[in-house]
Each structure stands twice: as C-alpha cells, then as structure tokens.
Design a protein around this ligand. Structure first.
Ligand SMILES: N[C@@H](CCC(=O)N[C@@H](CS)C(=O)NCC(=O)O)C(=O)O
Length: 321
C-alpha cells in the first residue's frame, strides 16, 4: 500500500529537523548554514621550550584519521624528530565522541582529562594534534598551524630540512593561508554545510584554490614543490587533505567536482610527497575510512565503510589518460 504523501512529508520534515540537531553536534554553523570551526584551546605559539633538546622531554599526540594531526606527524617525520619527541597515537571513541589513550598516559585515560588538567574549560574541545611536556604533563600547544611552525624550529639532526626558509616566507605564508581556509577547512565546510548555498560557496572556493595550485605546479620550470626546489610547510599543509580526497572527501563530503587525476600536476606532486622517506607510514587509509564513514553518523547513518579505492592506486599508478 502506498504511503500517503502527507505522511511522507511529515517524516521528511521530522527527519530534517533531527538531522540539523545532529549536525550541530558535529560543529556549529552560522545563520547562513556555513560550518564554523570552533577555536582551538592552547592555540598561541609559545617560545621554543628550554628543554626542547632533551630527548623524550615532549610527546606529540596524534590520531591516525585526523588531517590536522597528520600535518604535525609529517613535520615530525620529515625533520627526523623521532629521537627527541615521542609520538603517541590516540584511538577514537566514536560513542563518546572523544579521543582515548590505549593505555593510560600520565594518569589520564582520555585526551579530555589531559586538556582539563592543563586548564581547558569544559566547553573547549580536546583535539589532536597536541604537544605535551612530559615532566609536567601540561599541554604546550594544541593548534596544528602553529604546531608545525614550532616543530620546524625544534632542535633536529643536521641533515633535517628547514621547511620554512626565510627567503621563501612570503610564498609559503601565501599558500598556507589559502589552504588553511579554502582547502584544509574547506573540505569540512563542504561536508558540514547545512544547505546547498553553503556547500556551493565552500566547494567553489576549494576548487579555485586547487586550480591555483595546479597552475603554479604545472607552469614550465616550476616545482617540484609548491615554492620551487624546496619542500616547505605549504606542501605539508596541502598533503593531508589531498591524500584523503578520493578516499573520504569526495564520497562523504561531496568534494567530487574533479577527481585529482584531472589535475595532473597535483596528482604527480601528491605521488612525490607520498614517496618521501617515512611519509607512507603516516597514511593510514583503513583508519581514515573506518573513522570518517563509521563515526560521522549524521552524514552517513548506515555506518557502512566503503571498500575502496586502494591508496596504492592513487600514489603509485600513473593517472588515467
Ligand atoms: N584547530 C585544531 C583542530 C584540530 C581538530 O579539529 N581535530 C579533531 C580531529 S580531526 C579533533 O581532535 N576533534 C575532537 C573534538 O572535537 O572533540 C588544529 O588544527 O589543531
């Protein structure tokens, strides 16, 4: 028997109302429906700690699926900070919507406890990445854009690259500012948009920025990195978003106007970054899929985790003609 149209429209209105409530749990939106990322706790760039050179004095806490943590993990890897800063991976707890430690860390079982102990208020989110001083157990910095700057100043082996050389600073900062809003946060503004216009705004800004990067890399004699011969924080900031593009952002957040193979300079750039020593170890495609599709209930209520594509096909094979 056909369901009466009045019942269908009542169910739709009820479902839409509930969806808006659930979306509020993912993140706030402004009155036009644009997602507005809440400010991070412990976001100011501190001076380099006096005990930075002491091996094991600090711990970098990351989550595998988080793109903001990924950028810090990349700088830690590229600058070979393994002997000076310990890396600690936390696990998601989708039911409680927070990060937890596999085994208690400095007396805390959740990241939230660690943040509270450092003075975070109850309305502040306990986010990764976060840098913690081991001896005091206190948060040093919890904002990834500043954290990658701090890690770039951290005492490192002589052969470690400087990812922000002074002579390139204008170019690096230009790219970083563009990517932070239009791309890194842009994918979330697409996925968490509350209406079509909010999505349209974020989506066109995002692809305009990608096309700008494509044009810069595709210019003859340019590259191999965004700022020329030198790998910089600009490359570091773009990679975590682009490596997740076909795996999660296209299917889940609707970032699908152009798959990356249609931006060939960026496709090859992504392969180059992936091929740098240690970078593959920071790419956990199974965890990305599981965490995004399994945990973002309002966007994907079934929780069904898609089977592909395999990461290897995105970083090893040449793009389709
Ligand atoms: N502004 C922060 C944002 C980081 C962030 O949003 N991390 C997410 C994971 S991708 C998180 O830890 N969320 C936990 C929460 O919101 O409670 C940064 O860039 O460091």
């Amino acid at each position: 028997m056909a369901i009466p149209p009045v019942v269908v429209s009542a169910a739709r209105a009820g479902w839409n109302w509930q969806w808006q409530q659930l979306m509020q749990g993912l993140g706030p939106a402004d009155s036009d429906g644009n997602y507005r990322r809440p400010a991070a706790a412990f976001s100011a760039l501190p001076p380099l700690p006096t005990n930075a050179a002491e091996p094991g004095s600090h711990v970098l806490i990351v989550g595998r699926s988080c793109p903001w943590a990924h950028r810090a993990w990349l700088v830690w890897t590229l600058r070979q900070l393994q002997n000076s800063i310990e890396l600690l991976v936390v696990e998601p707890d989708p039911e409680a919507g927070r990060w937890r430690f596999g085994t208690p860390f400095l007396g805390c079982s959740t990241l939230q406890e660690l943040y509270r102990r450092s003075g975070a208020t109850t309305d502040q989110r306990a986010t990764v990445p976060v840098l913690v001083e081991r001896s005091s157990g206190r948060v040093v910095l919890g904002e990834s854009a500043r954290l990658i700057e701090l890690l770039n100043q951290w005492p490192a082996p002589a052969e470690a690259p400087d990812l922000a050389p002074a002579e390139l600073s204008a170019g690096i900062e230009g790219w970083r500012e563009l990517f932070q809003g239009a791309v890194n946060d842009g994918v979330y503004r697409c996925g968490f948009a509350r209406n079509q216009s909010a999505y349209d705004r974020a989506e066109s800004e995002l692809f305009a920025a990608l096309e700008q990067a494509e044009a810069a890399l595709g210019t003859s004699g340019a590259g191999p990195w965004l700022c020329g011969n030198c790998l910089t924080l600009a490359d570091v900031q773009l990679f975590p978003t682009l490596i997740r593009l076909e795996l999660v952002y296209a299917p889940l957040f609707g970032v699908s106007r152009r798959p990356l193979w249609q931006l060939p300079a960026l496709w090859h750039w992504r392969q180059r970054v992936f091929g740098l020593p240690g970078v593959a170890d920071t790419c956990c495609d199974q965890a990305w899929r599981q965490d995004y599709f399994g945990a973002l209930f309002p966007l994907h209520p079934s929780g069904i985790v898609p089977a592909g594509p395999a990461l290897a096909t995105l970083v090893q094979a040449p793009p389709p003609p």
